[in-house]
Design a protein around this ligand. Structure first.
Ligand SMILES: *Cc1c(COP(=O)(O)O)cnc(C)c1O
Length: 456
């Protein structure tokens, strides 16, 4: 056992390769290329084990909304661990942190959403969605309403149910997914799939895929539609302006439940508390996680609207569902402190009024670069897509090779961005300052120029 003393980078890499299976990784390739070891972080910066400083343009995995190094969250966790490190909320029990966090979240959520069911992650939240949607329709006396409609290239987590709701083909292929009762429609990805259609027209077309699917499955068989306000893992895909209003019309017309996956958009990412507020949606369920604790501890949940909550409560009977760590007191205490900081420091207002407008101006300017075919973004989410020919939208050969190259060059230039295919995506901490945004885009430009050189 190597427990004492600090390990060298080489020792850590060797042990990592010998014992650690990473999520979403090609293990063979990882063994060859070696891993980057992140040792510490502060504000919007990370430091690796070789002492390199990286600007974190992704806020970890879209989650560190208040930035790194907030000791208040550590103090909240310490106090709660001393007071009550664990207790459950099964069997008629509860505890102060879960109660307070549920009520604090309900305060920020849309007015008709007043309850929270806690989970350990976003994936678990979406498992809860499947259970709760089916329970709801059973309670309505319509047990044949089982089918949930998701979207191709949507992301709702990696558990069996989460990956099924999502529409990631490589995940489906490896897991014999989706499970029965989950079907998918096209995504509102105009730049990639809109062809010659005007963006508004394409938005309506994509939304009406939902109506077609409902009619195809049967109006009395569809239980719910699930979507992210803006697809995150799919490549920061911002839907055309016509998309959400038409989805709202269809959901209302057919009376199905609307599930808006707020795991990324929640807690300020769009400049509003929730993406549903940005797009003026009235969801029945909102899965949350990520920004809920700013990633300081794992936690997720489902915010439940009155339509479903009142049925669960009034119709009675036990809902046989929950997790040992639902509402975990330490995670809840950290979540509560995270919310306090977001509110007291008016971080969502800062994002909406200052950081996001500046970030979006900088993203828009990237459209001038010869490699950039499209830029898109909302709030503190942004993307730019690499093409070999702007007019024809032709991509570089090698399916995502240009994106991977750009990502690697960004890292060597001290910037973490992610590549989804040839889309470069960003989602920095909400607290990022203007001069740090300048640095982010300087590094992005420099990396783009290097990509252009290497690909020409
Ligand atoms: C990350 C993510 C999830 C899954 O959350 P985990 O905490 O990784 O399980 C679900 N939905 C969306 C939209 C996500 O971005």
């Amino acid at each position: 056992m190597t427990t004492a003393g600090k390990l060298t980078t080489a020792e850590l890499r060797a042990l990592d390769a010998a014992h650690h299976l990473h999520p979403f990784s090609d293990h063979k390739d990882l063994g060859v290329r070696g891993t980057r070891i992140i040792e510490r972080a502060s504000g919007v910066y990370l430091w690796d084990s070789d002492g390199n400083r990286l600007l974190d343009g992704m806020a970890g995995l879209w989650c560190v909304n208040i930035g790194y190094g907030r000791t208040e969250l550590a103090d909240a966790a310490y106090r709660q661990m001393c007071e009550l490190p664990y207790y459950n909320s099964f069997f008629q029990c509860t505890h102060p942190p879960a109660v307070q966090l549920a009520s604090a979240i309900a305060e920020q959520a849309p007015a008709h959403m007043n309850h929270v069911f806690f989970t350990g992650s976003g994936s678990e939240a979406n498992d809860t969605v499947v259970r709760m949607v089916r329970r709801y329709w059973d309670l309505q006396g319509q047990p044949e309403r089982k089918t949930i409609i998701g979207r191709i290239n949507g992301y709702h987590g990696s558990t069996v149910a989460g990956a099924s709701l999502g529409g990631m083909a490589p995940m489906h292929e490896q897991g014999d997914l989706p499970i029965p009762g989950i079907v998918h429609i096209a995504q509102p990805y105009w730049y990639g799939e809109g062809g010659d259609m005007h963006e508004d027209e394409f938005g309506l077309w994509a939304a009406r895929q939902l109506e077609e699917k409902i009619l195809q499955v049967g109006t009395d068989k569809v239980a719910a539609f699930i979507a992210e306000p803006i697809q995150g893992a799919g490549g920061v895909i911002v839907p055309p302006a016509t998309y959400w209003p038409e989805i709202k019309r269809i959901v209302e017309q057919y009376g199905i439940l609307l599930v808006v996956d707020e795991v990324i958009c929640g807690f300020g990412r769009t400049g509003e508390w929730f993406g549903s507020q940005y797009y003026d949606l009235q969801p029945d369920l909102m899965p949350i996680a990520k920004g809920m604790t700013s990633g300081y501890l794992p936690m997720g949940g489902v915010i439940v609207g009155d339509r479903v909550a009142s049925s669960l409560i009034a119709d009675g009977g036990e809902f046989f569902h929950g997790y040992t760590y639902s509402g975990h007191p330490v995670a809840a205490a950290v979540g509560l402190e995270n919310l306090r900081i977001l509110r007291d420091e008016q971080i969502v207002d800062y994002a909406r009024n200052e950081a996001a407008p500046y970030l979006q101006r900088k993203i828009a300017a990237l459209a001038e670069h010869p490699l950039v075919g499209q830029v898109r973004g909302v709030g503190m989410l942004g993307a730019f897509e690499l093409v070999s020919d702007k007019a024809s939208r032709e991509r570089f050969p090698g399916k995502g090779a240009a994106g991977s190259l750009c990502r690697d060059l960004c890292i060597s230039n001290g910037l973490v961005m992610r590549a989804v295919g040839d889309s470069m995506i960003m989602s920095p901490p909400l607290v990022i300052q203007p001069e740090e945004i300048d640095e982010l885009f300087e590094k992005a430009w420099r990396s783009l120029n290097m990509v252009a050189e290497q690909l020409s």
